[in-house]
Design a protein around this ligand. Structure first.
Ligand SMILES: [Zn+2]
Length: 262
């Protein structure tokens, strides 16, 4: 929509996303608007609802980006990920971390300045490792306690201060599943603005296959063969649902299955 659309009246300062073919794109924080009661989004792991704004055409609506992203082009997905991450940063970083005063938006949304002490603050991104842990012809999948029934995925965790990507992979796999990892290699990455992560996909070769679960982190973990992975992607596995399309876990699992990781 154009920047003078009535829906954008009174919203926080727009964030400049970039120029393409001479046209500038901006992100707007519309979270002050809420749908009529009864249309509110679902609480919990995933919100599958859609809300309509009265100032928008009938075909337009608000959806969880995780639901909508499969219908976006690469450029739209890139812009949506950027917008969601940086708008969340503004929502959660309204005060100066140095002195506590309220900070103000600067640099077209890419910086916040503190009028009290002069500090500049910049958008943050949290690195997360997500691991394709292999042992021979099998890959390690885990199930978080809060996930929907049947959902399994690759193990993942935040990189901690002082860690390399490799160290984070080895620590997370050992903490969550008790499995020792040897060689670690980088595969691919994905911005994951829920709210501010960069997913770093890694190949991790397990030194043994003995699983010792951390019940706080994981409800279950198991080794899956390529034959079982075919069943999972086909929706024919008795315990494990197909991975969610669009997420890096599905990309890594599919390429492992196709033997096309490199
Ligand atoms: Zn300050």
């Amino acid at each position: 929509m154009a920047v003078d659309h009535p829906m954008l009246t009174g919203v926080p300062p727009l964030v400049f996303l970039g120029l393409e073919d001479g046209q500038a794109s901006f992100a707007a924080d519309l979270s002050a608007w809420g749908p009529e009661s009864g249309e509110a989004g679902e609480q919990g792991f995933f919100d599958a609802t859609r809300q309509r704004h009265p100032a928008l055409p009938d075909a337009s609506g608000f959806e969880d980006l995780r639901q909508a992203m499969m219908r976006l082009s690469r450029r739209e997905a890139e812009l949506a990920a950027t917008a969601r991450a940086i708008l969340h940063w503004h929502q959660s970083h309204g005060f100066c971390a140095a002195c506590g005063a309220r900070s103000v938006v600067a640099q077209s949304g890419w910086q916040r300045d503190c009028p009290a002490c002069g500090a500049h603050h910049f958008p943050r991104t949290d690195p997360v490792v997500i691991m394709l842990v292999t042992h021979g012809n099998r890959v390690l999948l885990g199930r978080n306690a809060v996930w929907p029934e049947g959902m399994y995925s690759l193990l993942a965790g935040f990189v901690e201060p002082g860690e390399t990507l490799e160290a984070a992979v080895r620590r997370e796999v050992f903490e969550e599943a008790g499995v020792r990892v040897g060689a670690v290699g980088y595969l691919a990455s994905q911005p994951w603005p829920f709210p501010a992560s960069l997913m770093l996909g890694a190949l991790a070769v397990a030194l043994d296959d003995q699983i010792t679960l951390d019940p706080v982190e994981l409800r279950d973990a198991l080794w899956v063969t390529r034959g079982e992975m075919v069943q999972i992607f086909a929706g024919a596995h008795p315990r494990i649902s197909p991975p969610r399309k669009g997420a890096i876990a599905a990309f890594l699992m599919r390429n492992w299955l196709a033997d096309s990781l490199d």
